[in-house]
Every structure is written in C-alpha cells, then in structure tokens.
Ligand binder design. Structure first.
Ligand code: ADP
Ligand code: ZN
Length: 515
C-alpha cells in the first residue's frame, strides 16, 4: 500500500479515492502548481489535507466560508490532525491557542479567512508555511458572482512566501479558469485537473447473487483468453474461485494480503507480462498494477463503498478499448458490510457516513435507470443515459409499489422511526415475535397488513426504498429507519412509487390489502 493510500484509510477513514483525487494528491504532494476543478461534493478538501500530511511545514488554507472552515477544523482534530482557523468567528481563546500552536511549530493546517490576508503576511513568513491551498478559487474572478477582493492578495503572498500553491473550485467555465491562472499563478503554468471522470469504454453491470460461482464462471467463460480480475470479499474465496476457474480451463492465480511478499510480487509480475491471466484477489491487488489492457473486472462480492467500486472497475480498459464489468451482490454482502461498519472503531459520524456510502452503492445496484448516470451523479457530474450499461441495454421491469411502500413507511413511522428492517418486516407480515409482543406492536393498525409479500420480498422492497433514500438508517437510534423528506408525499399517497420487479420477484398483480 502506498503512503497516501495508508493515510487515506488511517486518518480519513476512506477505503478508496474518489475520481481525480489520487492524481491531484500526487501532484500537490510533489509541490506542483495545481488548479483542480472538482464538482461540489467531489472531495476537494482531501486534495490538500492529505498532501499536507506527507509534506513538511504548515499548509495555509484560504477559504471564504467560515462555517465550513470550522467544520473542517473540527473534523481534522477528531482525526488527530493539528488544525486551526483564524476567522472573525474565533473567540480570543481560540485565536491564542492557534498562535501558540504555530509558535510551537505544531500546527499542520491553518485556515484563514481572506480578510485576514492583508495583516497576516509578516507573521506567515515566520510560521513555516510550506503550501498554500485556495478553496473556492473562483472568488478571485471579477466576473463571477462571488468575487472577493481580498483574494487578489493571494498571488502576491505566494510570491512573497515562495511556496507552491494549489487552487480548487467547482466552477469550470473557461473565462473563470483563465482568470484564476493569471491572478493566482502569475508567470506559472499550473497543472490543470478538469473533471470528466467518466470512463465511457467500461460497460457496467450488476447481478443479484443467484448461483454466484456459476455466475462468475460464465462471465469468465464468455471472455476466455482475456485478462481479468475477480475481486473477492475474503482471502479464502480468492483461493476457491481461482481453483474453480482453473478447473474450467483458465489461466488463474489467487492474490491476497496473507500471501508472502515475494509470492505477491510474482503474481503481479506474471499479470503484467502474461496474456489472458485471471487474478482472483482481495482489494489488496491493483494499487501497484498498471496494466493498460485489462479487459474485464468482476466483483464476486459487493465492494465496500461506491468509491471502492469506481476505483476497482476503473482498473479495466485503461487503454481506452472496450472493457466489461460485473458486480454481484446479495443479502449476505449487505449484512456483512453493515456489521463491518457497526463493529468498527470509527466515531459515530464516520459510521453514519459509511452507511450512507454503502446505501449509495446499493442504490446503484438496484437502480431503475442508467447506472453510469447514477454513478456520475454521485460524484457530482451530470450526464444523460450512457448506452453502455446493462440497464441501458435492457431496462428493468418495474411495478406499481405505492401501496407496499406506504405500508413500510407507515410501519416505520408508527414505531417511532427507531427500528431496523427486520422488526418492521415482522410487523408487516404479522409475525408475533417477543420483541413485537413486548412493545405492543401487534396491536398496531399496520400489523399484518403486508402479508401479500413474504419476508424476503419485503427485504427487497425496503432495500430499494433505502436505495431511493425514502428510508435512512439513523445512527442516533442504533440504525433505526427514519423517513426522509421525500418519503412524506409518498406516505400521504400524493406520489406514486415504482420499484424493480426482479428484486421483489412479484407476480404481475400482487394481492395487497389496502391500508
Ligand atoms: P467539496 O469541497 O469538493 O464539495 P468535500 O471536500 O467537502 O467536497 O467532500 C465532500 C464529502 O465527501 C465529505 O463528506 C467527505 O468526507 C467525502 N469524501 C471525500 N473524499 C472521499 C473519499 N475518497 N471517500 C469517501 N468519501 C469522501
Ligand atoms: Zn447506461
């Protein structure tokens, strides 16, 4: 694992970079002048926070958003990174503390409001600044609506301090970009990172696990002689799947972190050299692999997060040629991933975010429309239907699920939005468990109204509802499912709801009692 990947995990708690982050982090760490344009929510802050941890000295972060600065400082401190802010929102104590930390050479990140720039140059000279990061860099543009005259001082400050500068914004138009370059990088040619993270040559597909081994074998059989990776959830599975693929006549190796370093290097070397080799691997495989003509990637188990998914499928088709992917998922994967999050040592807020990222991936797995569109939307990019995913190839059948969805919402609401899917399903199908009886939930009007579906079908319904963000697990209530804003009109019967038929395996006309 590279140092940056290690820090990504240990300090920030993320398992993979988002699109563009790895390249930007590398350039910023190397001290190159950088202008990065990432969509809102794309993860810009990591692109200067992580390099800071790999460089000597203090990083000065200029940002116009006080609330955001304070949030970031708090999050960084929670993660054990020495950060502070100088803004008009500071108490005197806070300011004193920040200065003391700088004096002691302990501070790694200093967030500064632009109006402080004028008075700060002298003290910044002594503070050991090694990098300047400019957030919302479009504020330097006089044409934009967010112009901040104080931002004009930044170029001069950079020259005075003689340190590299990295600028970040979500505003991509050419005029603004040009102005950012002339004002922040006079006399320099910054490296430009400009969105467009789609990899249109990669075909995207998901399948619910049915006979998972047979599904992988048949996917590989249709691509005989091509080079591919099968990502597995456990070390043991890399071995069993490799054996199964070998038995089917493929050239195959297993790869996981439990193997000796030499053995692993051997597999890596073979993979880059030999044609048509399949590697069954844990996520440990791929970071050092730079093979351009990997023709396919399969996930035998659901990845950890949507970021992990994007990164792993992204190893296919680097040469731009057609590449295919298949991701399998099933209820056991979901349970496993949930318990990994819940049983981890991360603070509550991070667990919540991890569940959210897992939900995003499940939403992608059970999407009703183009997968690429949904994937890119998650990373903040707008796109139309792609024509290169399984759902564009064959749109899934849906059914009118307004009634069952309303039943599930009502069950959640009537039980105080504090229970998980299992308990809600017991209520819906009218199962008198101890928990149901103890809480008197067998006398609710929703008790037993959902008998037209069995427990497994209800799981599919509730999972899709979570994917559509109608229900969200609330970590404050031990994962109890809470109704979101978009659930209200559905509950009130003002908006119809369709769900995928295959996930619920319903016949054409489900017999459902009205609420
Ligand atoms: P931006 O400034 O680009 O709008 P932020 O830096 O605030 O975005 O990041 C947006 C969100 O994405 C934050 O909640 C952050 O924790 C999360 N995030 C950033 N990078 C990653 C990553 N590699 N994996 C998972 N989540 C990430
Ligand atoms: Zn598509």
């Amino acid at each position: 694992m590279t140092r940056s990947q290690d820090l990504l995990r240990s300090v920030f708690g993320f398992d993979a970079f988002r699109p563009g982050q790895a390249e930007i982090v590398e350039a910023v760490t190397a001290g190159e002048p950088v202008l990065a344009i990432l969509p809102t929510g794309g993860g810009k802050s990591l692109c200067y926070q992580l390099p800071t941890l790999m460089r000597d000295g203090l990083t000065l972060v200029v940002s116009p958003l006080i609330a955001l600065m304070r949030d970031q400082v708090r999050a960084l401190r929670e993660a054990g990174v020495a950060a502070g802010a100088l803004t008009s929102g500071n108490t005197e104590d806070e300011t004193r503390e920040v200065f003391a930390a700088i004096e002691a050479g302990k501070l790694k990140l200093l967030y500064l409001a632009p109006e402080r720039l004028g008075s700060a140059e002298r003290f910044l000279r002594r503070a050991g600044v090694g990098l300047i990061a400019v957030d919302e860099a479009h504020c330097v543009s006089q044409w934009g609506h967010d112009f901040r005259p104080d931002y004009l001082r930044i170029g001069e400050l950079r020259r005075a301090l003689g340190v590299p500068l990295a600028a970040f914004t979500a505003t991509a138009d050419e005029e603004t970009r040009g102005e950012i370059v002339t004002r922040l990088f006079p006399g320099l040619e910054p490296r430009l990172f400009l969105g467009g993270f789609d990899r249109p040559n990669i075909h995207l597909a998901f399948q619910a696990k049915d006979k998972p081994r047979a599904q992988i074998l048949s996917f590989a059989a249709a691509r005989r002689g091509q080079c591919g990776i099968v990502y597995c959830g456990t070390r043991a599975k890399t071995e069993t799947l490799a054996a199964a693929l070998s038995g089917d006549g493929h050239l195959t190796c297993a790869y996981h972190g439990g193997m000796g370093a030499e053995q692993r290097r051997d597999v890596e070397a073979r993979f880059s050299r030999e044609d048509g080799l399949i590697v069954c691997a844990t996520v440990a495989f791929g970071m050092g692999v730079d093979k351009p003509d990997i023709r396919w990637v399969a996930h035998a188990d659901l990845p950890k997060s949507i970021e992990g998914y994007y990164q792993e499928i992204g190893r296919a088709g680097r040469d731009g040629g057609p590449a295919e992917t298949l991701t399998l998922y099933g209820p056991d994967d979901i349970r496993l991933r949930r318990s990994q999050i819940d049983e981890g040592l991360a603070p509550l807020g991070r667990k919540q975010a991890d569940h959210g990222r897992l939900n995003a991936l499940l939403g992608l797995a059970e999407a009703q429309g183009c997968r690429r569109q949904k994937l890119l939307a998650y990373f903040g990019e707008d796109a139309g239907p792609c024509g290169n995913c399984d759902l564009c190839d064959t749109p899934p059948e849906t059914f009118d699920a307004t009634e069952p969805v309303r039943m599930a919402l009502s069950a959640a609401l009537r039980t105080g939005e504090s229970f998980g899917a299992g308990h809600l399903i017991d209520i819906l199908i009218g199962k008198t468990t101890d928990k149901v009886r103890d809480r008197g939930h067998d006398s609710l009007p929703t008790f037993g109204v959902g008998r037209a579906y069995n427990a497994r079908q209800w799981q599919g319904i509730i999972r899709q509802m979570m994917g559509l963000d109608l229900l969200r697990p609330d970590p404050e209530r031990r994962g109890g499912l809470r109704l979101t804003e978009i659930a209200r009109p559905v509950l009130l019967g003002e908006e119809p709801m369709r769900l995928r038929k295959d996930v619920v395996q319903v016949s054409d006309r489900p017999r459902v009692r009205a609420l």
